[in-house]
Design a protein around this ligand. Structure first.
Ligand code: ADP
Length: 487
């Protein structure tokens, strides 16, 4: 399949190391497929440990000059990069949709979302303030300065091939770190196009490096190489735990944004139409493949019947299709394994007593497409309640009291996002404080933007991306104790 781009040079197939486009050391390549029809889009360099080591060495060499630049200079380069991403948003969305499957409008939304982090951190680069601290005796003072942590490894998933990288590269570069990035093997083309635009923006060679291919080999090199001082990872909880363990030998700083299991609670006094809108936005973005997707819908028993009838109508209006279909509002899942995994969770629930409703059952689907499904009478023991679904399935269960809703919502090892709808200000405070989640949407299903901290509690990870807190993960605090002040 050929991609039609206004700027064909954005389709890059090599590894990006030290400002050069290179073949993999082994000379090998691998195929990137379109999830909508499983047709090959491109062959991309299959990098291994040796390529990764070269990228790390390049990042280390580039570090001194990059951190010596003023924050204002780094900010200007980042801003220029963001501007180029926006200028080329249509081509970037075409590439993203082709390798990831989401509809073009959604892909373009992701490019804007990713660029917003780069612009934000370009601004924040100039605000990396320190402190002066009084000393217990009069002859000394303490200064705290924040310095770049060094070479950063970024490992990102396929569900947001542009934005997850932007959210990591931008704060790293803003404070003076250099990076080696490993995008998901399914979606390297968006990352490589971003690198091409970084190069055009004037970001120097070695500051940003991209390797894709042999996942485990690349991961092992990034986590064991002692030049790398920090790993930032977005992906599954299982892989996050492994990478965290691997980083312990060299005591790297680790930021992890892992799986969620978001409750979506609808109290009896909620504005039900608003709650339906919020649920549709939260659940079906990216065909249900986001870590902040509503995963369990808890509805007060008094409004459950009305809520279900409104939800069934809303779900029926979803139109499945590939990115080239302008009517499509939902694309395919990423690959066959993803479809099989979601279907297995639905079957498990049905076998355990849940009932399944497919609002648009007349529609025929095949390949990686899956019809949106509602599951009723879901119990906490079922896999759909305990595990992240990562697909277009809404498990519903009912509750009678606020305490019961909170207990059900917190009954998970994950703690990323939670949502609830209520107009009662007392309930809003009590529930917001009781939910064990890093992000809580109150009367909204859309919570993520560059100005808000993004991250989780419990097994959903550690660290925060975006916001005024987002630079902290990339800096070391150095205390400088200055003596000889008394005469
Ligand atoms: P998902 O199930 O969403 O694909 P993963 O956690 O498997 O989530 O993948 C997220 C990212 O982690 C991808 O870039 C993937 O290639 C990478 N990854 C998976 N396993 C490893 C590993 N052993 N070492 C390093 N990276 C890995």
């Amino acid at each position: 399949m050929k991609l039609t781009l206004s700027d064909p040079d954005l389709l890059k197939l090599g590894a990006y190391i030290n400002g050069q486009w290179e073949s993999a050391n082994s000379g090998k390549t691998y195929a990137v497929l379109n999830p909508a029809d499983e047709v090959e889009i491109a062959q991309v360099a299959r990098c291994d440990a040796r390529d990764t080591k070269r990228a790390i060495d390049a990042a280390q060499t580039a570090l001194i000059a990059w951190q010596s630049r003023t924050a204002k200079e780094r900010a200007e380069l980042l801003r220029c990069w963001a501007d180029l991403l926006l200028t080329h948003k249509s081509d970037l969305a075409t590439i993203l949709s082709a390798e990831q499957g989401k509809p073009l409008t959604e892909a373009e939304g992701e490019i804007l979302y990713g660029a917003s982090y780069i612009t934000w951190f370009a601004e924040e680069a100039k605000r990396v303030y320190g402190d002066t601290i009084p000393y217990p005796s009069s002859d000394k003072r303490v200064l705290c300065v924040k310095q770049p942590i060094g070479v950063v490894a970024c490992i990102t998933p396929w569900n947001f091939p542009n934005a997850m990288l932007a959210r990591k590269i931008a704060p790293a570069l803003a404070v003076g770190c250099t990076v080696v990035c490993k995008p998901a093997e399914e979606t390297p083309l968006s990352a490589l196009a971003m690198a091409e635009l970084a190069q055009r923006a004037g970001i120097p060679g070695g500051v940003l490096n991209i390797v894709s291919g042999e996942t485990v080999e690349i991961g092992d090199e990034l986590t064991s190489n002692d030049i790398v001082k920090k790993l930032t990872f977005t992906g599954s909880t299982a892989v996050g735990k492994k990478l965290m363990a691997d980083c312990s030998a060299t005591m790297k700083r680790v930021s992890l944004e892992l799986g969620g299991n978001a409750p979506f609670i609808v109290f009896a006094d909620a504005d039900l139409d608003a709650a339906i809108d919020g649920l549709m936005a939260s659940k079906f973005r990216n065909a249900g493949q986001t870590c902040v997707c509503a995963n369990r819908v808890l509805v007060h028993s008094r409004v459950a019947e009305l809520f279900l009838s409104k939800l069934t109508a809303a779900v029926k209006s979803i139109k499945l299709g590939s990115a080239s279909d302008p009517e499509a509002t939902m694309g395919p899942l990423i690959h066959r394994n993803a479809v099989a995994s979601v279907k297995a969770k639905v079957q498990d629930a049905v076998a355990a007593g849940a009932s399944s409703i497919v609002p648009d059952s007349s529609c025929e689907v095949d390949g990686n497409f899956m019809l949106p499904t509602i599951l009723l009478d879901v119990e906490p023991s079922m896999r759909v309640f305990q595990e992240e679904i990562f697909g277009p399935v809404i498990p519903m269960t009912t509750f009678d009291t606020e305490a019961e809703a909170i207990r059900l919502a917190n009954d998970t090892s994950a703690g990323l996002a939670a949502y609830f709808y209520s107009r009662d200000v007392g309930c809003v405070w009590r529930v917001s404080e009781a939910l064990e989640f890093g992000m809580v949407g109150v009367n909204t299903g859309v919570i993520s933007n560059e100005m808000s901290p993004f991250g989780g509690m419990k097994e959903s990870g550690q660290g925060r991306e975006g916001s005024k807190y987002g630079l902290d993960d990339y800096t070391e605090i150095k205390a400088i104790c200055m003596g000889g002040i008394d005469q």
